[in-house]
Ligand binder design. Sequence first.
Ligand code: S3P
Length: 437
Amino acid sequence: MSEALWIAAPGAPLRGEVRVPGDKSVSHRAIMLAALADGTSRIDGFLEGEDARATEAIFRRLGVAIETPEPGVRIVHGVGIDGLRAADGPLDCGNAGTGMRLLAGLLAGQAFDSTLIGDASLSKRPMRRVTGPLAQMGARIDTGEGGVPPLQVHGGAPLSGIEFDNALASAQVKSCLLLAGLYADGDTVVHEARPTRDYTERMLAAFGWPITFAPGIARLTGGHRLRATDVRVPADFSSAAFFLVAASIIPGSDLLLRRVGMNPRRTGLLHVLRLMGADIVESDAGEEGGEPVADLRVRHAQLRGIDVPEVHVPDMIDEFPALFVAAACASGATRVTGAHELRVKESDRIATMAAGLRTLGVAIEEAEDGVTITGSAEGFGSGTVDSHGDHRIAMSFAIAGQRARGEVVIGDTANVATSFPGFVQLAGRVGFALRAP
Ligand code: S3P
């Protein structure tokens, strides 16, 4: 197990207010579209995490001037839809699957060649889900053996639109094809039986690209231009999720989460926690930068195990590690099915969570596409768990530690900086007992 240990211990009831950092999905897309627009765009609430910064660094290398007048703000001087230029070496997406998959589509439409590389985790993740349909559009991309990075994107291939069924329910695949579609001849159409997050569609519309979309379908035509616009990034629901679960399972907690992004394609966990008996109240619902936001007040509640309805799976795909921790504290069994995709996230999230939860004394059975967890009022035992460099798993075990009977030592936590810089400090402010010695 590598360094970057955290030590979590039984904590105090969570109290106070939290505003979590900006949304990762929106931050990636804001940089990409602002870079390709005509004119200068301002991004507020940009996530100062390693994933979004990796994408930003890539666009600088592709010739885009980007200023940082203050943390969380970017001024992007767009170069226009055909204004990118070749970089002088491989483009490093770091840990970010979103960065690499969206860039594969966008770079397939350029006149020049590019190479996309990533860290150890990203270098194991499947890329044929994007290179396959991109090849149908006419793109020429080589993968490493077995369909993993690096990706060699050969520019200059004429693209044509396709009609694609997004059977994996992957927003990254959909977004990749829509971005390639900007450069394609004719229509690019993506159908989804299980709708996924629609930030690419919403943002393309905000930047003035003609696009029609509704849950289950997105359609655009190549050959238009993007107009610079200002983007306000909402707080990331997936980061708020750790606090929703933590306050739900720690007796005496009463926590207010401010201005959380509430895009319906992201809030599956909220529905599922409520089905389990959670006490979460929304107030001051409004809009920031075209996205719904609300304050969420969450108080401790005794949770009950449930069969998680599969319809919620795409809308909470990043929240399963946190849900597993909630399930371990619920009365009765919680069963998750239809969540195959967890096997190919930043780690195999079914295997990584199952190993760590077992170490902490939780009864968990693995299936190929999910788990069954039998909860206990006792919470967690103590022990040492490995997050396998997966940011969301590290934060999930930090929550488990708050309900443990002793210390929980969590290994390989450095990648929390990819999505939630400052997590340890913020969590400590509202009552977590969590140290990064
Ligand atoms: C993302 C889509 C999801 C999600 C990831 C971000 C996006 O991945 O897990 O964290 O920004 O489009 P998939 O599309 O592969 O499910």
